[in-house]
Write a protein that binds this ligand. Structure first.
Ligand code: NAD
Length: 300
């Protein structure tokens, strides 16, 4: 069997153009422009790249984009002052604090200070609790993107066996909650799971979010299963030349693509969906703040 490749890049473009259409309508019908503020502390090169591309795509869908770049030694008090200002700003509907923060800053405290209705990353404890109890929440962008691709592929997920590998707060746990919300039978596997290959072999849906290059081989995959690869790992690529690197997922794409029914590639799978879902969440937050109907298909 050769798996269908789930094209996350093309899917994300469709999501962004849906968002852009809604944004244009909000402007014409209600004179509202959704605003997204991204706060970056320090000069982590990867974070700078993410923030730049978020800002560019935010503007592309017609939203108002604000970037706050703060020095690496910014105090907690000063960072919280920026967040409180954004919380109170009616032109800002979504606030994202780029993680990781420098070590001297308490991430839980900082995220806890974002107004939950503007928490477009879905990391505030209120949103975590709302998601866990099946209520309307802001849903973390990466798992939301994975869910959209799975719903698109299967239609209904009801009754399917899903295994999520990884139990982080930003991917593994919310992913499991979303799959449970769609009536899957969900197993969360992690670093202490026994017989991981056997656990994964039971799954109709495998979501790998570990951060270990190509750790899931094809012989762990049930024939026909759908594999969503969240991992982003940079590894040496001597075939491209000396010192060259390439991105790979947590899944060994070549062997898994030979047995899975469908699979997301890395790059071009989950990654582009994450930013598209950030824009979708900003739109959802704007609609909620203005008591307007939420865009269909862009939230759970
Ligand atoms: P994390 O380090 O917070 O969590 C990793 C999880 O993997 C842990 O829960 C751990 O228990 C589990 N784990 C570690 N070793 C294991 C093993 N041998 N077997 C089974 N489980 C094991 O990572 P994270 O933030 O959830 O990110 C996971 C990966 O996803 C990373 O590669 C990250 O770069 C990537 N990521 C991608 C996107 C995207 O937009 N595509 C977004 C977020 C994270």
């Amino acid at each position: 069997m050769t798996a269908q490749i789930i094209n996350g890049k093309a899917f994300a473009e469709r999501v962004r153009s849906q968002v852009a259409e809604h944004v244009a309508r909000l402007k014409v019908d209600h004179a509202i422009v959704p605003g997204l503020a991204v706060v970056l502390v320090g000069e982590d090169p990867a974070s700078q790249v993410y923030v730049r591309s978020k800002g560019k795509l935010t503007v592309e869908v017609g939203m108002h984009s604000v970037e706050h770049k703060l020095d690496a030694d910014t105090s907690e008090t000063d960072l919280l002052a920026v967040i409180n200002k954004l919380n109170a700003d009616p032109a800002i509907h979504g606030i994202l604090v780029q993680l990781p923060l420098p070590k001297h800053l308490n991430e839980d405290l900082v995220i806890g200070n974002i107004d939950p209705v503007k928490d477009v990353d879905g990391f505030h404890i209120s949103n975590v609790g709302l998601l866990g109890t099946g209520q309307k929440s802001m849903v973390p962008c990466t798992p939301l993107g994975c869910l959209m691709m799975l719903r698109d592929h299967f239609g209904s997920l009801s009754g399917r066996d899903a295994v999520v590998i990884g139990r982080s707060n930003i991917v593994g746990k919310p992913m499991a909650q979303l799959l449970l919300g769609d009536s899957c039978t969900v197993t969360i596997a992690h670093s202490r799971t026994k017989n991981l290959p056997d656990v994964v072999r039971r799954a109709d849906i495998v979501v790998a979010a570990v951060g270990r290059a190509e750790m899931v081989p094809g012989d762990w995959i049930k024939p026909g299963a759908v594999v969503i690869d969240v991992g982003i790992n940079r590894i040496p690529a001597p075939e491209k030349g000396e010192g060259k690197m390439k991105l790979v997922g947590d899944v060994d794409f070549a062997s898994c693509a030979g047995i899975a029914g469908a699979i997301t590639p890395v790059p071009g799978g989950v990654g582009p969906m994450t930013i598209a879902c950030l824009l979708a969440n900003t739109l959802t937050a704007t609609c909620r703040a203005n008591n307007l109907p939420e865009p269909e298909g862009l939230t759970v």
